[in-house]
Every structure is written in C-alpha cells, then in structure tokens.
Write a protein that binds this ligand. Structure first.
Ligand code: DGY
Length: 323
C-alpha cells in the first residue's frame, strides 16, 4: 500500500522524523532556513498532512495549494499564531500543537533573562570582552535584588505558573497575575493575587509575559502600558514579539522608563543588526530559544509527529487546537 504524502517544513529531531517515516511518504524540506513561500506552496501540493514551524504562515493560500486531501496541520510549537485556525476549522482540517513539554525549558529561559537583566550581565560581559574591566568596582555594574520584590505574570497559564513557581520558591517574590479567571489554588499556595493589567504593571518589579499572540494581545504592552511600569522594573518576554510595541519599548529603555528588558522573542525574528534594541546595554535578546533543550525538542517532535499521524488516520489529535 502506498504511504500517504506529508510535508515537513524543516528537519525536526530524529525521533519525530522516524515516527513519520514509518507510516508516511515524507517530503522533507532539507534546508536550515524555512522554506520560501514558493517552496512551501509547491511542496505541499497533494499532501494529506503538513508539519509546520512557527515561521511558516499557514493560511487559505496554503490550504488551497495543498488541495482537498489535506487533513491535518501539526505545528512544531505550542503557539499557533502562524496558523489561520478558523479557516482550517471551516475546511475540516485538524490543527495540533505541542503543549506542556516545553513549559519548564521556557520558564528557565524567562528566569535566566530576568536574573541576567537584573544583574546587568550583558553590560558586564561586554565590558570584560571589550577591555573596560579595569578593577573591582565598588560602584560599578550595580543591579537589582530579587528577594521579596513583586513579580507580575501577564497570562498565568502553564509557563507563567512555572515561572512563578521558580521565583516564589527561590526568592520568595510576591506574585500578582492576570488570567481570564482567578486561580484560587495559586492564591492560597503562594499568596498570589489576581489583578487587572494596569495594577500589575504599576506594582510589579519584574513583569513576565506569557500570553499567546492573538488580536487581543497584539501590542498589549504599548507606550501607555510601559508608562505605568516602575522605572526600576524589568520586562521579560518569552511569548511572542508582537505582544510588545517594540518602538515604545526602545523609547522606554532609552529614556529611563524601565531598568531593563530581557527578550527571547522580538519583531521581526531575526532582529536586523541595525535594530536600536541591540545598541542598548539594558536590553538582552536571545534568539527564541525558550524550548531549545534536548528533552523539550525531542518531546515536541514526538507530539508533533503523533498529532500528524492521528490526523491523517482521521482520528482525534492527541493535542488539538481550536479557535
Ligand atoms: C512555541 O512553541 O510556541 C515556542 O515559542 C517555541 O519555542
């Protein structure tokens, strides 16, 4: 029996590719860069499944190019803002993602950024490498303490909770958060408080963003929101770049409106080398590595493969996404 054709937009960890090879005819985009739009549209023609990455825009043009046999889009990510899910639903195409398995890895990056920005590590490392480290400095490279400060989690979902757990357990930070509903178990476990966003921004020393990118969260942190934050505070973004209005962030960081920012995500990705953010000592940027650990990426590959295999069999996806 011929195996059903599927398109895989990039080399994911071998554990996922092996699962797919056993049951499908794999059309694998071999390059290290994402497929161009033309390569994607050509590659998916006649496929029953697509394994996409967050850099691949999956919309009606893609669905049309794939044709009427397309049954499933499996995203190698927990975020699905690159996919037109409503359109997929309208066409009866299942969509899946890879939740849970990258929660700890991403929370670790958020906490790492927070510590690095609070303790001015970018500036310190630059000064060491650039020969500006002349002596032990009683008044140099002075950063922020964490203990007993207030942490604001914007979007208390799985990753937000993992960040709060680390910082509450490690440094006894007080926790305020936004979420659709108060999470009473967290309130009693950590003394956390469910608040509205303006109060969170005005009272937090560290603000960490964990909302999915949707029309409602696009530029959620704009100039007005930034103006509510304390000048001594730090903003961390491991969610999606577009949640922050980046020009406003540059102004806030330049003008003393914030102590610093740590970004694992930005707009666009990769950030152009002439971006003003790269000139700022108080802004540390990583190349979207929240989930980049061996365990997380292998588990993501397995989940993405299993979603895709279930979808082409016409079975419910283990990790479905709905609009
Ligand atoms: C995701 O899965 O959405 C992350 O951003 C990838 O690390």
């Amino acid at each position: 029996m011929t195996k059903p054709p599927i398109y895989v937009a990039r080399k994911i960890p071998e554990v996922g590719l092996e699962l797919l090879r056993q049951q499908t005819q794999l059309r694998l985009h071999e390059g290290n860069m994402p497929p161009t739009r033309e390569e994607l549209l050509r590659g998916i023609a006649g496929c029953v499944g697509i394994l996409s990455l967050l850099s691949d825009r999956i919309d009606s043009e893609v669905f049309d190019a794939a044709g009427s046999d397309l049954k499933v889009v499996s995203n190698f990510a927990v975020g699905t803002n690159n996919i037109d899910i409503a359109e997929a639903e309208r066409r009866g195409i299942a969509v899946g993602n890879t939740p849970d398995v990258l929660t700890d890895a991403t929370a670790d990056i958020a906490v790492s950024l927070l510590l690095a920005v609070a303790r001015r590590m970018k500036q310190g490392a630059r000064d060491v490498e650039g020969g500006q480290w002349k002596t032990w400095e009683p008044r140099g490279w002075i950063g922020l303490d964490l203990a007993e400060k207030t942490l604001g989690i914007v979007g208390m979902g799985r990753i937000g909770e993992a960040v709060a757990r680390r910082l509450w357990g490690g440094w006894q930070l007080k926790i305020v958060y936004t979420a659709r509903q108060p999470k009473l178990e967290l309130d009693s476990r950590w003394g956390a408080r469910h608040v509205e966003l303006p109060e969170l921004l005005a009272t937090s020393d560290f603000v960490s963003l964990h909302v999915p990118l949707t029309p409602a969260t696009h530029h959620l942190i704009d100039a007005r929101a930034l103006s509510l934050m304390k000048p001594t505070s730090v903003l961390i973004n491991t969610a999606r770049g577009e949640v922050v209005e980046q020009d406003a962030l540059v102004e806030a960081l330049r003008g003393g409106g914030l102590f610093g920012a740590g970004l694992d995500v930005c707009t666009p990705e990769p950030l152009p080398l002439d971006s003003p953010l790269l000139q700022l000592d108080n802004c540390l940027i990583l190349p979207h590595i929240g989930s980049a650990t061996v365990d997380a990426r292998n588990a993501m590959a397995e989940r993405a493969a299993n979603n895709l295999l279930a979808g082409i069999r016409g079975e419910p996806l283990p990790f479905p996404v709905r609009s």
